[in-house]
Ligand binder design. Structure first.
Ligand code: NAD
Length: 368
Protein backbone atom coordinates (compact mmCIF):
# COMPACT_ATOMS: atom_id res chain seq x y z
CA UNK A 1 0.00 0.00 0.00
CA UNK A 2 2.70 2.41 1.09
CA UNK A 3 4.63 2.01 -2.11
CA UNK A 4 1.53 2.52 -4.25
CA UNK A 5 0.64 5.69 -2.34
CA UNK A 6 4.16 7.03 -2.82
CA UNK A 7 4.12 6.09 -6.47
CA UNK A 8 0.96 8.10 -6.99
CA UNK A 9 2.37 11.00 -4.99
CA UNK A 10 5.42 10.99 -7.26
CA UNK A 11 3.24 10.83 -10.33
CA UNK A 12 1.23 13.80 -9.11
CA UNK A 13 4.38 15.79 -8.48
CA UNK A 14 5.75 14.98 -11.92
CA UNK A 15 2.48 15.99 -13.53
CA UNK A 16 2.11 19.28 -11.64
CA UNK A 17 3.98 21.11 -14.33
CA UNK A 18 1.29 20.23 -16.88
CA UNK A 19 -1.84 22.41 -17.12
CA UNK A 20 -4.76 20.41 -15.72
CA UNK A 21 -6.78 20.38 -18.95
CA UNK A 22 -3.94 19.21 -21.12
CA UNK A 23 -2.75 16.24 -19.10
CA UNK A 24 -2.58 13.42 -21.61
CA UNK A 25 -4.84 10.63 -20.36
CA UNK A 26 -2.51 8.05 -21.88
CA UNK A 27 0.20 9.21 -19.44
CA UNK A 28 -2.06 8.37 -16.53
CA UNK A 29 -3.45 5.19 -18.06
CA UNK A 30 0.10 3.96 -18.61
CA UNK A 31 1.72 5.20 -15.43
CA UNK A 32 -0.79 3.92 -12.88
CA UNK A 33 -0.59 0.41 -14.24
CA UNK A 34 0.78 -1.52 -11.28
CA UNK A 35 4.24 -3.03 -11.66
CA UNK A 36 3.88 -6.73 -12.20
CA UNK A 37 7.49 -7.86 -12.76
CA UNK A 38 9.78 -9.61 -10.30
CA UNK A 39 10.55 -7.92 -6.99
CA UNK A 40 14.07 -8.05 -5.56
CA UNK A 41 13.91 -9.35 -1.99
CA UNK A 42 16.65 -7.64 0.01
CA UNK A 43 18.10 -8.10 3.49
CA UNK A 44 20.05 -5.21 4.99
CA UNK A 45 23.21 -6.01 6.94
CA UNK A 46 24.13 -3.23 9.39
CA UNK A 47 21.15 -1.34 10.79
CA UNK A 48 22.98 1.95 11.38
CA UNK A 49 22.25 5.41 10.12
CA UNK A 50 22.66 4.71 6.40
CA UNK A 51 20.97 1.30 6.62
CA UNK A 52 17.99 3.08 8.16
CA UNK A 53 17.93 5.61 5.32
CA UNK A 54 17.97 2.84 2.72
CA UNK A 55 15.19 0.94 4.53
CA UNK A 56 12.98 4.06 4.57
CA UNK A 57 13.67 4.78 0.89
CA UNK A 58 12.85 1.18 -0.03
CA UNK A 59 9.31 1.65 1.24
CA UNK A 60 8.68 3.61 -1.98
CA UNK A 61 10.33 1.08 -4.31
CA UNK A 62 8.32 -0.70 -6.98
CA UNK A 63 10.84 -3.41 -7.79
CA UNK A 64 12.72 -4.00 -4.54
CA UNK A 65 11.47 -4.88 -1.09
CA UNK A 66 13.11 -5.03 2.32
CA UNK A 67 12.44 -8.54 3.63
CA UNK A 68 15.27 -9.32 6.05
CA UNK A 69 17.95 -8.02 8.41
CA UNK A 70 21.40 -9.01 9.64
CA UNK A 71 22.39 -7.30 12.86
CA UNK A 72 24.35 -7.83 16.05
CA UNK A 73 21.86 -5.82 18.11
CA UNK A 74 18.72 -7.83 19.04
CA UNK A 75 16.74 -4.73 20.08
CA UNK A 76 17.22 -3.19 16.62
CA UNK A 77 16.04 -6.41 15.01
CA UNK A 78 12.84 -6.31 17.07
CA UNK A 79 12.25 -2.67 16.12
CA UNK A 80 12.83 -3.32 12.41
CA UNK A 81 10.64 -6.42 12.46
CA UNK A 82 7.77 -4.38 13.82
CA UNK A 83 8.36 -1.36 11.60
CA UNK A 84 8.88 -3.18 8.30
CA UNK A 85 6.90 -6.34 8.91
CA UNK A 86 9.95 -8.63 8.73
CA UNK A 87 9.35 -12.27 9.67
CA UNK A 88 11.59 -13.86 12.31
CA UNK A 89 12.87 -16.44 9.80
CA UNK A 90 14.51 -13.60 7.79
CA UNK A 91 16.49 -12.21 10.77
CA UNK A 92 20.15 -13.13 11.21
CA UNK A 93 23.19 -12.03 13.17
CA UNK A 94 26.84 -11.77 12.13
CA UNK A 95 27.54 -15.29 13.40
CA UNK A 96 24.78 -17.18 11.61
CA UNK A 97 24.09 -15.26 8.41
CA UNK A 98 25.68 -18.02 6.29
CA UNK A 99 22.39 -19.89 6.82
CA UNK A 100 20.80 -17.35 4.50
CA UNK A 101 21.79 -19.74 1.72
CA UNK A 102 18.84 -21.93 2.68
CA UNK A 103 16.40 -19.02 2.63
CA UNK A 104 14.66 -18.67 -0.75
CA UNK A 105 12.89 -15.52 0.45
CA UNK A 106 16.10 -13.46 0.23
CA UNK A 107 17.69 -12.67 -3.16
CA UNK A 108 20.33 -10.12 -2.15
CA UNK A 109 22.05 -8.70 0.91
CA UNK A 110 22.93 -4.99 1.13
CA UNK A 111 26.14 -4.68 3.19
CA UNK A 112 25.99 -1.35 5.07
CA UNK A 113 28.54 -1.97 7.81
CA UNK A 114 31.79 -0.03 8.48
CA UNK A 115 34.20 -0.05 5.51
CA UNK A 116 36.76 -2.37 7.11
CA UNK A 117 34.12 -5.13 7.38
CA UNK A 118 32.82 -4.97 3.79
CA UNK A 119 35.36 -7.48 2.47
CA UNK A 120 34.51 -10.30 4.87
CA UNK A 121 30.81 -9.51 4.95
CA UNK A 122 30.49 -9.38 1.15
CA UNK A 123 32.45 -12.61 0.67
CA UNK A 124 30.31 -14.29 3.34
CA UNK A 125 27.15 -13.26 1.48
CA UNK A 126 28.57 -14.46 -1.85
CA UNK A 127 29.43 -17.83 -0.30
CA UNK A 128 25.82 -18.06 0.84
CA UNK A 129 24.85 -17.76 -2.84
CA UNK A 130 23.12 -14.36 -2.60
CA UNK A 131 23.72 -11.26 -4.70
CA UNK A 132 25.84 -8.65 -2.90
CA UNK A 133 25.08 -4.94 -2.82
CA UNK A 134 27.93 -3.25 -0.95
CA UNK A 135 28.29 0.31 0.28
CA UNK A 136 31.13 2.57 -0.77
CA UNK A 137 34.05 2.41 -0.32
CA UNK A 138 33.65 -1.23 -1.34
CA UNK A 139 36.77 -2.18 0.66
CA UNK A 140 39.78 -0.55 2.30
CA UNK A 141 42.17 -1.16 -0.61
CA UNK A 142 42.19 -2.46 -4.18
CA UNK A 143 43.50 -5.89 -3.23
CA UNK A 144 40.56 -6.57 -0.92
CA UNK A 145 38.20 -5.13 -3.51
CA UNK A 146 39.52 -7.49 -6.19
CA UNK A 147 39.11 -10.45 -3.83
CA UNK A 148 35.46 -9.49 -3.42
CA UNK A 149 34.99 -9.36 -7.20
CA UNK A 150 36.65 -12.77 -7.55
CA UNK A 151 34.57 -14.32 -4.76
CA UNK A 152 31.31 -13.08 -6.30
CA UNK A 153 32.35 -14.37 -9.71
CA UNK A 154 33.23 -17.77 -8.23
CA UNK A 155 29.85 -17.90 -6.48
CA UNK A 156 28.06 -16.75 -9.64
CA UNK A 157 26.37 -13.84 -7.88
CA UNK A 158 26.33 -10.17 -8.76
CA UNK A 159 28.40 -7.62 -6.84
CA UNK A 160 27.01 -4.09 -7.03
CA UNK A 161 28.38 -1.01 -5.26
CA UNK A 162 26.09 1.57 -3.64
CA UNK A 163 26.87 4.32 -6.14
CA UNK A 164 23.51 6.06 -5.81
CA UNK A 165 24.57 9.07 -7.92
CA UNK A 166 24.62 6.85 -11.00
CA UNK A 167 20.80 6.85 -10.79
CA UNK A 168 20.31 10.53 -9.84
CA UNK A 169 18.46 12.35 -12.67
CA UNK A 170 20.54 15.58 -12.85
CA UNK A 171 23.78 13.61 -12.70
CA UNK A 172 22.49 11.25 -15.37
CA UNK A 173 21.58 14.24 -17.57
CA UNK A 174 25.08 15.74 -17.30
CA UNK A 175 26.62 12.37 -18.16
CA UNK A 176 24.26 12.08 -21.13
CA UNK A 177 25.25 15.56 -22.31
CA UNK A 178 28.92 14.70 -21.99
CA UNK A 179 28.46 11.41 -23.85
CA UNK A 180 26.61 13.18 -26.66
CA UNK A 181 29.35 15.79 -27.00
CA UNK A 182 27.32 18.75 -25.75
CA UNK A 183 30.28 20.11 -23.75
CA UNK A 184 32.74 19.44 -26.56
CA UNK A 185 35.89 17.66 -25.51
CA UNK A 186 35.97 17.52 -21.66
CA UNK A 187 39.08 19.35 -20.41
CA UNK A 188 38.85 19.90 -16.64
CA UNK A 189 37.01 18.58 -13.59
CA UNK A 190 37.01 20.06 -10.14
CA UNK A 191 35.61 18.00 -7.26
CA UNK A 192 35.24 19.23 -3.70
CA UNK A 193 34.02 16.78 -1.09
CA UNK A 194 34.06 17.45 2.61
CA UNK A 195 32.41 18.06 5.94
CA UNK A 196 33.53 18.63 9.53
CA UNK A 197 33.48 15.28 11.30
CA UNK A 198 32.27 15.17 14.92
CA UNK A 199 32.73 12.50 17.59
CA UNK A 200 36.44 11.50 17.67
CA UNK A 201 35.56 7.99 18.93
CA UNK A 202 33.43 6.98 15.91
CA UNK A 203 34.49 4.13 13.61
CA UNK A 204 35.11 6.58 10.74
CA UNK A 205 38.23 7.74 12.64
CA UNK A 206 39.39 4.22 13.50
CA UNK A 207 41.78 2.91 10.84
CA UNK A 208 40.88 -0.78 11.27
CA UNK A 209 37.19 -0.08 10.66
CA UNK A 210 37.41 2.81 8.20
CA UNK A 211 40.58 2.08 6.20
CA UNK A 212 41.39 5.80 6.18
CA UNK A 213 39.82 9.16 6.84
CA UNK A 214 37.96 11.60 4.62
CA UNK A 215 39.25 10.01 1.40
CA UNK A 216 37.54 6.67 2.03
CA UNK A 217 34.34 8.28 3.19
CA UNK A 218 33.78 11.39 1.11
CA UNK A 219 36.81 11.99 -1.15
CA UNK A 220 35.78 8.88 -3.07
CA UNK A 221 32.81 10.89 -4.43
CA UNK A 222 35.24 13.24 -6.18
CA UNK A 223 37.21 10.28 -7.54
CA UNK A 224 34.11 8.52 -8.83
CA UNK A 225 32.68 11.87 -10.03
CA UNK A 226 35.82 12.77 -11.98
CA UNK A 227 35.53 9.44 -13.79
CA UNK A 228 31.86 9.74 -14.69
CA UNK A 229 31.93 13.46 -15.46
CA UNK A 230 35.01 13.25 -17.72
CA UNK A 231 34.25 9.76 -19.04
CA UNK A 232 37.86 8.56 -18.82
CA UNK A 233 40.11 6.63 -16.47
CA UNK A 234 43.01 8.52 -14.91
CA UNK A 235 46.57 7.51 -15.79
CA UNK A 236 48.37 9.34 -12.99
CA UNK A 237 47.73 11.04 -9.64
CA UNK A 238 49.57 13.51 -7.45
CA UNK A 239 48.45 14.35 -3.90
CA UNK A 240 49.28 16.58 -0.94
CA UNK A 241 48.07 15.96 2.61
CA UNK A 242 47.58 18.47 5.40
CA UNK A 243 46.69 17.68 9.00
CA UNK A 244 45.74 20.36 11.53
CA UNK A 245 44.53 17.99 14.28
CA UNK A 246 46.85 14.98 14.70
CA UNK A 247 45.03 13.92 17.86
CA UNK A 248 41.68 13.49 16.16
CA UNK A 249 43.19 12.34 12.85
CA UNK A 250 45.70 9.70 13.88
CA UNK A 251 48.23 7.87 11.72
CA UNK A 252 46.46 6.45 8.67
CA UNK A 253 43.42 8.71 9.06
CA UNK A 254 43.60 11.54 6.52
CA UNK A 255 42.07 14.87 7.43
CA UNK A 256 42.56 16.84 4.19
CA UNK A 257 44.06 15.68 0.89
CA UNK A 258 44.24 17.70 -2.31
CA UNK A 259 44.77 15.53 -5.33
CA UNK A 260 45.14 15.85 -9.05
CA UNK A 261 44.52 13.32 -11.78
CA UNK A 262 45.64 13.21 -15.39
CA UNK A 263 43.65 11.48 -18.14
CA UNK A 264 44.70 9.99 -21.50
CA UNK A 265 42.99 12.78 -23.50
CA UNK A 266 45.02 15.41 -21.65
CA UNK A 267 42.06 16.35 -19.38
CA UNK A 268 42.97 17.03 -15.76
CA UNK A 269 41.12 16.94 -12.44
CA UNK A 270 41.80 18.90 -9.28
CA UNK A 271 40.05 17.68 -6.13
CA UNK A 272 39.78 18.26 -2.41
CA UNK A 273 38.80 15.67 0.19
CA UNK A 274 38.42 16.82 3.79
CA UNK A 275 36.96 16.14 7.22
CA UNK A 276 37.83 19.69 8.31
CA UNK A 277 35.55 21.97 6.24
CA UNK A 278 31.84 22.21 5.62
CA UNK A 279 30.04 23.44 2.50
CA UNK A 280 32.16 21.31 0.18
CA UNK A 281 30.00 19.30 -2.17
CA UNK A 282 30.66 20.71 -5.61
CA UNK A 283 31.48 19.35 -9.06
CA UNK A 284 32.58 21.53 -11.96
CA UNK A 285 33.16 20.16 -15.45
CA UNK A 286 34.59 22.25 -18.26
CA UNK A 287 34.65 21.19 -21.88
CA UNK A 288 35.73 22.97 -25.03
CA UNK A 289 32.18 24.17 -25.67
CA UNK A 290 30.42 24.24 -22.34
CA UNK A 291 30.33 23.52 -18.63
CA UNK A 292 28.33 21.81 -15.88
CA UNK A 293 28.30 23.02 -12.30
CA UNK A 294 26.64 20.99 -9.57
CA UNK A 295 26.30 22.12 -5.97
CA UNK A 296 25.30 20.17 -3.99
CA UNK A 297 26.60 17.43 -6.24
CA UNK A 298 26.46 14.24 -4.18
CA UNK A 299 24.43 14.92 -1.01
CA UNK A 300 21.06 13.29 -0.49
CA UNK A 301 19.52 16.08 -2.52
CA UNK A 302 17.89 17.80 -4.07
CA UNK A 303 20.99 18.07 -6.24
CA UNK A 304 21.27 21.48 -7.88
CA UNK A 305 23.08 22.29 -11.06
CA UNK A 306 23.34 24.24 -14.25
CA UNK A 307 25.13 23.94 -17.53
CA UNK A 308 25.97 26.44 -20.27
CA UNK A 309 22.45 25.63 -21.56
CA UNK A 310 20.67 26.60 -18.34
CA UNK A 311 19.40 25.16 -15.05
CA UNK A 312 19.12 21.41 -14.64
CA UNK A 313 15.45 20.87 -13.81
CA UNK A 314 15.07 17.10 -13.58
CA UNK A 315 12.82 16.26 -10.59
CA UNK A 316 14.24 15.10 -7.28
CA UNK A 317 13.39 11.58 -6.18
CA UNK A 318 14.90 9.92 -3.13
CA UNK A 319 18.20 8.59 -4.45
CA UNK A 320 18.07 5.26 -2.67
CA UNK A 321 14.57 4.53 -4.03
CA UNK A 322 15.80 5.04 -7.60
CA UNK A 323 18.96 3.09 -6.83
CA UNK A 324 17.23 0.03 -5.38
CA UNK A 325 14.64 -0.09 -8.18
CA UNK A 326 17.54 0.29 -10.62
CA UNK A 327 19.43 -2.55 -8.94
CA UNK A 328 16.42 -4.83 -9.40
CA UNK A 329 16.61 -3.99 -13.13
CA UNK A 330 20.32 -4.88 -13.17
CA UNK A 331 19.78 -8.18 -11.39
CA UNK A 332 16.61 -9.34 -13.14
CA UNK A 333 16.99 -7.82 -16.60
CA UNK A 334 20.75 -7.37 -16.93
CA UNK A 335 20.14 -3.65 -17.44
CA UNK A 336 22.98 -1.19 -16.96
CA UNK A 337 22.74 2.30 -15.49
CA UNK A 338 24.34 5.09 -17.56
CA UNK A 339 27.56 4.36 -15.67
CA UNK A 340 27.84 0.82 -14.25
CA UNK A 341 27.90 0.14 -10.50
CA UNK A 342 29.50 -3.30 -10.58
CA UNK A 343 32.40 -4.50 -8.47
CA UNK A 344 34.91 -3.75 -11.24
CA UNK A 345 33.86 -0.07 -11.08
CA UNK A 346 34.49 -0.14 -7.36
CA UNK A 347 37.94 -1.69 -7.87
CA UNK A 348 38.85 1.18 -10.23
CA UNK A 349 38.06 3.69 -7.48
CA UNK A 350 39.99 1.70 -4.89
CA UNK A 351 43.09 1.59 -7.13
CA UNK A 352 42.92 5.38 -7.36
CA UNK A 353 42.52 5.70 -3.56
CA UNK A 354 45.61 3.48 -3.07
CA UNK A 355 47.55 5.63 -5.56
CA UNK A 356 46.47 8.87 -3.87
CA UNK A 357 47.63 7.61 -0.45
CA UNK A 358 50.98 6.58 -1.97
CA UNK A 359 51.37 9.91 -3.78
CA UNK A 360 50.57 11.86 -0.60
CA UNK A 361 53.09 9.80 1.38
CA UNK A 362 55.94 9.93 -1.14
CA UNK A 363 55.28 13.36 -2.63
CA UNK A 364 55.72 11.74 -6.04
CA UNK A 365 53.44 11.33 -9.01
CA UNK A 366 51.99 7.81 -9.12
CA UNK A 367 51.19 6.25 -12.49
CA UNK A 368 48.14 4.03 -12.71
P1 NAD B 1 26.78 3.63 11.21
O1 NAD B 1 27.84 3.64 12.25
O2 NAD B 1 25.60 4.51 11.39
O3 NAD B 1 26.24 2.13 11.02
C1 NAD B 1 27.11 1.03 10.94
C2 NAD B 1 26.37 -0.23 11.35
O4 NAD B 1 27.27 -1.31 11.32
C3 NAD B 1 25.79 -0.13 12.77
O5 NAD B 1 24.48 -0.60 12.78
C4 NAD B 1 26.70 -1.04 13.56
O6 NAD B 1 26.03 -1.65 14.66
C5 NAD B 1 27.11 -2.06 12.53
N1 NAD B 1 28.35 -2.75 12.88
C6 NAD B 1 28.54 -4.06 12.70
N2 NAD B 1 29.74 -4.42 13.15
C7 NAD B 1 30.33 -3.31 13.63
C8 NAD B 1 31.58 -3.06 14.24
N3 NAD B 1 32.47 -4.04 14.45
N4 NAD B 1 31.84 -1.80 14.60
C9 NAD B 1 30.99 -0.81 14.38
N5 NAD B 1 29.76 -0.99 13.81
C10 NAD B 1 29.44 -2.24 13.44
O7 NAD B 1 27.50 3.94 9.83
P2 NAD B 1 26.82 4.37 8.47
O8 NAD B 1 26.88 5.84 8.33
O9 NAD B 1 25.49 3.71 8.36
O10 NAD B 1 27.85 3.78 7.40
C11 NAD B 1 27.84 2.41 7.04
C12 NAD B 1 28.40 2.25 5.61
O11 NAD B 1 27.58 2.97 4.72
C13 NAD B 1 29.81 2.81 5.42
O12 NAD B 1 30.53 1.97 4.55
C14 NAD B 1 29.59 4.16 4.77
O13 NAD B 1 30.67 4.56 3.94
C15 NAD B 1 28.35 3.88 3.95
N6 NAD B 1 27.55 5.10 3.71
C16 NAD B 1 27.17 5.38 2.46
C17 NAD B 1 26.42 6.50 2.19
C18 NAD B 1 25.97 6.81 0.80
O14 NAD B 1 25.41 7.88 0.58
N7 NAD B 1 26.15 5.90 -0.15
C19 NAD B 1 26.07 7.36 3.23
C20 NAD B 1 26.46 7.03 4.52
C21 NAD B 1 27.20 5.89 4.76
Amino acid sequence: MGSRRNFIEKLTISAVGLPLLYRPTSLFAESVKPYEGPVLKVAIMGLGSYGTRVAEAMQSCQRAKLVGVISGTPSKVVDWQAKYNIPKKNCYDYGNFGAIKDNPDIDAVYVITPNGLHHDHAIGVAKAGKHVICEKPMAVNAMEAQEMVDACKAANVKLLIGYRMHFEPKTVEVIRMRKEGEFGKPKFFQGQSGFVIGDPTQWRLNKALSGGGAMMDIGIYSINGARYMLGEEPIWVTAQETKTDPVKFKEGIDETIQFQMGFPSGAVASCLSTYAMNYLDRFYLVGENGFAEMQPSTGYGPIKGRTHKGELDQPHTTHQTLQMDGIAGIIFENKSPIVPIDGEEGVKDMKIVDAIFLAAKTGKRVDL
